[in-house]
Design a protein around this ligand. Sequence first.
Ligand SMILES: [Zn+2]
Length: 302
Amino acid sequence: MSDNRIKSALYLIGWNYETGNKDHLRRNATSIIAKEFDVSMKDKIFCPICLTPLTRRPLVEDFFTNGREAFFSHLPSYSDVDCKLRVPKPEGQLYETEEQALEAIENKQLAIIHKFKSEAPAEDDSEVDEYDQTAIEDVDGPISAVPISRHNGENLDLPTKISTVAGICRKFNENYYKYFYLPNANAAILLKEVLHNIEDVIDEDDEPKLYYGVIRGSFVAGQGTDSNVRMTRLVSNPLIKDFYFKDLNGIQKKHGINDNSEGRIVIFWGKITPNGIGLCVENLTWGEYGLLPEKYNSILIK
Ligand SMILES: [Zn+2]
């Protein structure tokens, strides 16, 4: 995502956001651009608008491995502070009481996901097909304190699910306008607003997010066995060389991805990491991705 790209930062030694005088910072700080940053300035750089501490991404190098220039960004811990330099966040849905939230869950308006399934379900040898119910059924997660109360600072204790992205894909039409509280989130957001298009991604991102991408080709590396890596190439931003979705061939096949998947859409929950001079997602668990049934492609492809 291109949010949080800040071009210049205020640099001042010995000031901090919690106790510092704001005018003192504005008057005495030096404005620096991302290229002028070095690691000794860590914790001493601040947003020129909201004055909260910034970081530089990447921190040490002036460039990402894919050649993109470094930039400044806000710290997630100050996300409550409004700033014109932040892309406005989609609005989270809030609930008055636990009963109200439970009702929303029962009415299929809200899903609270504790995590995605790490293991494939036990199989009875037969091929698990794309829409196999047992492969995508939710199981109960722990009761968790979820920050979706209308009352500031309060949490609601709610039942969670251990889910699969394939399950989200299966009834995608229904899920598209449903609120999802995703793992480690701080709000319940409409699925349509929490889904990121891979074509917008030009940098690494070590915070897992929900993405979708259109497959432009897929092949198996090495010997071509099930235990070799299947390289599924997604349509990516012209600013990056390429984007690969990587997992073992045998596992991608069980998710329905094979040599003939061009044009299909894969949805996944993961981090964006370097892959040569391009980008990729890899090391996903069983439940962290799914292939969108083709009939729903038109929901995402305009
Ligand atoms: Zn700011």
